[in-house]
Design a protein around this ligand. Structure first.
Ligand code: UD1
Length: 427
């Protein structure tokens, strides 16, 4: 079992380059199945979620050629299978996008129920409601989600709650359906806009992505394209918070500052100094962070995927902060780990009351999910002394070369095997 060994207590200083967005990549890769020609996808992050999806595409019959570390060519013409098994999906939430993509391609799809980080119940009722409105019949049979249609026809769909996954899946199924589809109360995240731009670059007719109403006029064919994925908003935000939490000075490069507005606003409230450039932001923190309250919300609100990282920063702030989770039911599971490091946090339902302590203390902790894992790394970098973070496969799902990037900023962090651990050597 691998883990991270961190000798914390040093400020992060320097420049870091942000990779392509995970949540855009995991939508765009299945979307290639809708093309009638090969596509070149660039700026793919080197993370395990991307390798899992590429291997699933190849098992479906697509031909994948690696161009370089971050670009691939995908030829979907021979992808004749329409079943994504549990083994292929490997518990990924984004495997659900194969439902929309395969339905849009073949009018049939059979996909293992999506997994992903454990934030409590993660239903797909809104995805199914969308497919049904387009004329598909959806059933759960033998532990698989089975969707079929004689023909997909455009329709108006009102989402009962703002759902990133349902918005993406309905776009995928509707892009080649007959007629006009309107998604109301659609999610507005940057990766929704990126998927729409990708599909439009293949000849799709999608308007309104990035607003609450998306209009999709179905087209018969989608042609090949060469497309570069947007920078990862959450990876950027994670390095911004890590810079502030360690009292550092970091320039985060290859970002879209507009996507980072809510994170910038909150970091400024905590006392960080932020400079914005065309494609970079510089985050500098001197002194102890100030308290602030945060409520996570769909975009353009503060992203739920940044909640554990910012709560970790607030755990050493002067005063008491309240962090309210507005998207997921069970997203405070990491708090138990943070309290092992001396944080003073009381969770009551959807809110965490964080009473700032002066310092975190080093400890062995676990990554309970992807972003919680990033938070544990930030905590380890803040606490003076040696911490370890276990269960790091969660972190590898979403952060490219995290030890290399942090080491480049002066952090003392290593990936070790259990038998390399100092305690094992002493025994
Ligand atoms: C995506 C992101 C995830 C992020 C989340 C919210 C990917 C691969 N994952 O997840 O990192 O935390 O957006 O920004 O992009 N809901 C339903 N029924 C549905 C669908 C959703 O009740 O059919 C609820 C969920 O339980 C949740 C809320 O809607 O409370 C938002 O979920 P959603 O936006 O769909 O999240 P994901 O697409 O799964």
């Amino acid at each position: 079992m691998e883990k991270f060994l961190i000798n914390g207590g040093k400020p992060l200083i320097g420049r870091v380059h942000i990779s392509g967005a995970k949540n855009a990549a995991v939508a765009i890769l299945p979307a290639v199945l809708l093309s009638d020609e090969p596509c070149i996808i660039e700026n793919l992050p080197q993370i395990s979620d991307v390798s899992t999806l590429l291997s699933s595409l190849s098992k479906l019959g697509a031909e994948i050629k690696t161009i370089n570390k971050t670009s691939v060519s995908i030829d979907p013409r021979r992808a004749s299978y329409f079943v994504v098994t549990k083994e292929m999906a490997q518990g990924m939430r984004a495997s659900s996008y194969f439902l929309g993509a395969l339905l849009g391609r073949n009018n049939k799809a059979r996909v293992a129920p999506p997994g992903g980080c454990d934030f409590g119940v993660r239903p797909i009722d809104q995805h199914i409601k969308g497919f049904e409105a387009l004329g598909a019949y959806v059933a759960i049979e033998n532990g698989m989600v089975d969707a079929r249609a004689k023909e997909l026809r455009g329709s108006s769909i009102y989402l009962d709650m703002v759902s990133v996954g349902a918005t993406i899946n309905i776009m995928l199924a509707a892009v080649k359906a007959k007629g006009l589809t309107i998604i109301e109360n659609a999610a507005r995240e940057p990766h929704i806009v990126d998927l729409a731009n990708f599909l439009n670059s293949m000849g799709a007719d999608i308007m309104g992505a990035g607003t609450g109403v998306i209009k999709i006029r179905g087209v018969e064919h989608l042609h090949g394209t060469q497309y570069s994925i947007i920078p990862d908003q959450i990876e950027a935000g994670t390095y911004m918070v890590a810079a502030a939490a360690t009292g550092g000075d970091v320039t985060i490069e290859n970002v879209t500052p507009k996507h980072l507005e809510s994170i910038i606003a909150k970091l400024v409230e905590t006392g960080a100094e932020i400079e914005e450039f065309d494609e970079a932001v510089r985050v500098k923190m001197t002194g102890r962070p100030r308290r602030c309250n945060i409520k996570t919300m769909p975009h353009p609100g503060f992203p739920t995927d940044m909640q554990p990282q910012i709560a970790t920063l607030l755990s050493v702030a002067e005063g008491t902060s309240i962090v309210t989770e507005g998207v997921w039911e069970g997203r405070f599971r990491y708090v138990e780990q943070l309290t092992l490091m001396g944080a003073d946090i009381q969770v009551d339902g959807k809110s965490a009351v964080i009473t700032g302590v002066k310092n975190l203390k080093p400890a062995p902790v676990r990554a309970v999910d992807l972003r919680a894992g990033a938070a544990m790394i930030i905590a380890g970098l803040m606490a003076e002394g040696q911490s370890t973070v276990e269960d790091i496969s969660h972190i590898d799902r979403g952060y490219e070369l995290i030890t290399e990037k942090l080491s480049g900023l002066g952090a003392d962090i290593k990936r070790i095997n259990d038998y390399d651990a100092p305690s094992a050597k002493l025994a």
